[in-house]
Write a protein that binds this ligand. Structure first.
Ligand code: AMP
Length: 282
């Protein structure tokens, strides 16, 4: 596995690979890799000739009071995992090369970035779309894999790729969970033992929502209130939101119909966790 720091260098390497007709598969990450990341990497590996993974904790997607500085990092561990996965290139740009002094250009997807996570984290998605647009221009992948764990991010990035004619195939991979259902996340590291135990309520509440819907419930408010009650029973949980939206447009629903996305965010101590499930309602 070659480790490349310079955007210009990896861009040249990728340009050359493309001229040779190689299919480039790409997985952007912020590192501190877990099995969720590895599942994306395996999908990309299977579908490409050359696998590129990047690790970049992107400052522009963090708010001023968020965890940018404290975000967990483990370059050595990540490098070993990626070598084991047969990653060909690990791209680890420096902040000053991605955002040199005087940097002025941002990519913004409108409307669907103002709800859910976007409502809680202003400018978060502007940072995500900007960095992914830059990374796509640098790596020039044929396909890129993202996780359903960040459901809104997946919808936003697909829209950006369509609207800006990137011609990159976006693959969304299912959420990988711990045995007790907690969605894997680099931020789970922030949980104390007790908080970790209580955090399983998030997936339990999502499963309960699924169960209610399968039994015929069609009122989003009733589903949300049941979920809220469950989560509030955990003393460490501070619920930020539960929302039920159309899975594709992210519009809030007043009646459950079609493909719906149930998403939520909650804090447990220092950790802000998000999770979601998609449910087909007939
Ligand atoms: P991050 O390093 O948190 O920016 O995540 C990099 C990619 O991994 C994103 O596309 C995430 O959606 C995806 N991802 C993170 N956690 C999981 C998970 N538990 N299952 C599947 N994909 C995930």
């Amino acid at each position: 596995m070659r480790i490349v720091k310079s955007p210009r260098r990896i861009q040249n390497i990728c340009g050359e690979l493309k001229r040779k007709g190689k299919i480039i598969g790409y997985v952007p990450t912020m590192g501190y890799l877990h099995k969720g990341h590895l599942s994306l990497i395996r999908i990309a590996k299977k579908k490409s000739d050359v696998l590129i993974v990047s690790i970049f904790v992107n400052p522009t997607q963090f708010g001023p009071s968020e965890d940018f500085k404290k975000y967990p990092r483990d370059f050595r561990g990540d490098r070993l995992l990626l070598e084991n996965e047969g990653c060909d290139f690990l791209f680890v740009p420096r902040i000053k090369d991605m955002y040199p002094e005087g940097y002025l250009t941002f990519v913004n997807v409108e409307k669907i970035t103002g709800t859910l996570e976007g409502a809680m984290r202003p400018r978060h998605f502007r940072g995500v779309t900007t960095v992914v647009a830059k990374l796509f221009n640098i790596v020039q992948p044929d396909l890129a894999v993202f996780g359903q764990k960040d459901a809104q991010q997946a919808v936003v990035l697909k829209k950006m790729v369509d609207d800006l004619n990137y011609g990159i195939k976006i693959i969304i991979a299912p959420t990988v969970r711990e045995r007790d259902g907690l969605a894997m996340s680099s931020r789970n590291k922030y949980l104390s033992k007790e908080e970790r135990k209580q955090a399983t309520v998030l997936y339990e509440a999502l499963r309960e929502a699924e169960r209610l819907i399968s039994k015929g419930e069609r009122s989003p408010n009733r589903v949300i209130s049941r979920m809220t009650n469950m989560i509030k029973k955990q003393p460490s949980a501070q619920l930020e939101y539960i929302a039920i939206t159309d899975a594709h447009t992210l519009d809030l629903l007043n009646k459950l119909k079609g493909e719906v996305l149930i998403s939520l965010a909650a804090r447990f101590g220092k950790a802000r966790l998000i999770d979601n499930i998609a449910v087909k309602v007939n």
